[in-house]
Design a protein around this ligand. Structure first.
Ligand code: ADP
Ligand code: MG
Length: 400
C-alpha cells in the first residue's frame, strides 16, 4: 500500500483528500462527529507539510442532484472547530466557483467541496461517467490521498477512478484501519470472539461463512438473531425475519458444529407490542416468543438480560473481540440494555477489542462510552466486514 511519503514533498502542491465525512445529522445538527475526528490526523499532517488541501466526501444518499439536507456545510464548521483553524467551504463540487476556491488556496489551507453525490457521476454504474467526473476532480490537484475508509469497498469515482488519474496514496486513517483488520484476519490472539447484530441481516450473513474458518465463538444478536431462531424451529412472531436465508443459516449452524466453532444464540429476548420507544414490552425465553402477551404481533427488539450476561461473560474470556451491529434497538432506551451490557464488557476485558459499523460506533458513544475505552473503533462497517470476508476492496486495490 503506497503511503503519504511516497508522494514526495508536498509544500505548495494541491492534494485532494477523499474523506468519509458521512456523519449522522438530525435537523442539520451533527449527532456524532466521530468520522470528522478520525479524518483530522491526515489533514493536520498534510497542512503541516504545507500542502494546499482540497477535501472531498459524500454525505447520505442524495440521488445525483443537490439537496440542502445533505449539504456538507455543517461538517466544514465542525471540522474548523476541531482543527482550531479555518476550513473553507464552497457549495459546489466541480465548476467555476469550486475552481476559483481551489485556485485561492495557500500552502496549509483547507477547503471542503460540496457533497460528491450531488453529481451523478460519483456513483454511476457507467464507468465512463465515473471517469469523466473523476477527471473533473483530478484537475483540481497534483496528488490524491485516499482516506475515506468507509467507502474503500465502493467502486466510485472519487474512490477508484480518481486514484488512477493522479499520484495517489493511502491516508493515515486508511492505513490505521488496515493494520487493525490485518491483526484480526492474520494472527488474532485466541480465544477470538465475534459479536454480530444490527439490522442489515442478509448483508452480514455473508461474513459468517468466512468467520467460521477463523473464530472460536460467534455471538448473534440484533435483527439477525430471529432468522437463526427460526432456522432452529422457533416461532418469532413479527420480529425481523429473512425467510429466504433460512437454509443458509441452517448450513452455518451445521458447519459451526463440524468445525467446533460455538455459535451462541440468545436464550431470552425482549419482545414489544410495537416498534416504538414507549411500546409495552416483556422478557421471554426464545421458545416462548409467540406465547408472549402480544401474541403474533410481538416484535423482538433486544436480547434479554440472561443472554446479555452470557455474552458479556464470553467477551470477558476472549483475547480478541470484534463487534459489529447493535444487539437491539439501542436508540430506544427500553431496548438498549443488550447493547449497553455488551459494550461495557468490551471496555472491561483485557483483550484487544474492535467496534466496526457506523451505528455500532454511534451506539457506544450514545450510551456514554469513550472511544479510548476500546482498542479501535472502525469508521467503516461495510468496508471492515467485506475485508473480514476476504473480498478485494477496489479502493485499496487501486493503491497497491
Ligand atoms: P452498523 O451500522 O453498526 O453496521 P446496522 O446498520 O446493521 O449496524 O444496524 C443498526 C441498526 O440495527 C440500529 O439502528 C438498531 O436499531 C437496529 N436493530 C438492532 N436490533 C434490532 C432488532 N431486533 N430489530 C430491528 N432492528 C434492530
Ligand atoms: Mg448502519
Amino acid at each position: 500500500m503506497r503511503n503519504i511519503e511516497s508522494l514526495g514533498p508536498l509544500r505548495a502542491r494541491t492534494v485532494i483528500v477523499r474523506c468519509d465525512l458521512n456523519v449522522p445529522l438530525a435537523d442539520g445538527v451533527i449527532t456524532d462527529d466521530g468520522r470528522i475526528r478520525a479524518s483530522l490526523a491526515t489533514i493536520r499532517e498534510l497542512s503541516g507539510a504545507g500542502a494546499r488541501i482540497v477535501l472531498i466526501s459524500h454525505l447520505g444518499r442524495p440521488q445525483g442532484a443537490p439537496e440542502e439536507r445533505y449539504s456538507l456545510r455543517p461538517v466544514a464548521a465542525r471540522m474548523a472547530e476541531l482543527l482550531g483553524s479555518r476550513v473553507e467551504f464552497v457549495d459546489e463540487t466541480v465548476g467555476a466557483a469550486a475552481s476559483a476556491a481551489v485556485g485561492g488556496l495557500a500552502g496549509g489551507d483547507v477547503l471542503l467541496l460540496e457533497n460528491l453525490r450531488f453529481n451523478p457521476g460519483e456513483t454511476s454504474k457507467d464507468e465512463s461517467e465515473r471517469r469523466a467526473f473523476a477527471q473533473q476532480l483530478a484537475e483540481f490537484g497534483d496528488a490524491f490521498v485516499s482516506d475515506g475508509f468507509g467507502v474503500v469497498h465502493r467502486r466510485q469515482a472519487s474512490v477508484y477512478e480518481l486514484a488512477q488519474l493522479l499520484p495517489s496514496a493511502a491516508g493515515r486513517l486508511v492505513a490505521a484501519e488496515l493494520e487493525v483488520l490485518r491483526r484480526l484476519t492474520e494472527h488474532p490472539e485466541r480465544p477470538y470472539t465475534v459479536a454480530l447484530g444490527g439490522s442489515k441481516v442478509s448483508d452480514k450473513l455473508g461474513v459468517i461463512a468466512h468467520l467460521l474458518e477463523r473464530v472460536d465463538t460467534l455471538l448473534i444478536g440484533g435483527g439477525m438473531l430471529f432468522t437463526f431462531l427460526a432456522a432452529q424451529g422457533h416461532g418469532v412472531a413479527s420480529s425481523l425475519l429473512e425467510e429466504d436465508q433460512l437454509d443458509t443459516v441452517r448450513g452455518y449452524l451445521d458447519e459451526a458444529e463440524r468445525r467446533g466453532v460455538r455459535i451462541l444464540l440468545p436464550s431470552d429476548v425482549v419482545v414489544a407490542e410495537a416498534f416504538a420507544p414507549d411500546a409495552a414490552h416483556e422478557v421471554v425465553a426464545v421458545d416462548a416468543i409467540e406465547s408472549s402477551r402480544f401474541g403474533s404481533s410481538a416484535i423482538g427488539l433486544d436480547i434479554g438480560p440472561d443472554s446479555a450476561a452470557a455474552f458479556a461473560e464470553e467477551i470477558s474470556r476472549s483475547a480478541t473481540v470484534f463487534w459489529n451491529g447493535p444487539m437491539g434497538v439501542f436508540e430506544m432506551e427500553a431496548f438498549a440494555n443488550g447493547t449497553r451490557v455488551v459494550a461495557r464488557a468490551l471496555t472491561e476485558t483485557g483483550g484487544f477489542t474492535v467496534v466496526g459499523g457506523g451505528d455500532s460506533a454511534a451506539a457506544v458513544r450514545a450510551l456514554g462510552f469513550a472511544d479510548e475505552q476500546f482498542g479501535h473503533i472502525s469508521t467503516g462497517g461495510g468496508a471492515s466486514l467485506e475485508f473480514l470476508e476476504g473480498k478485494q476492496l477496489p479502493g485499496l486495490e487501486v493503491l497497491a
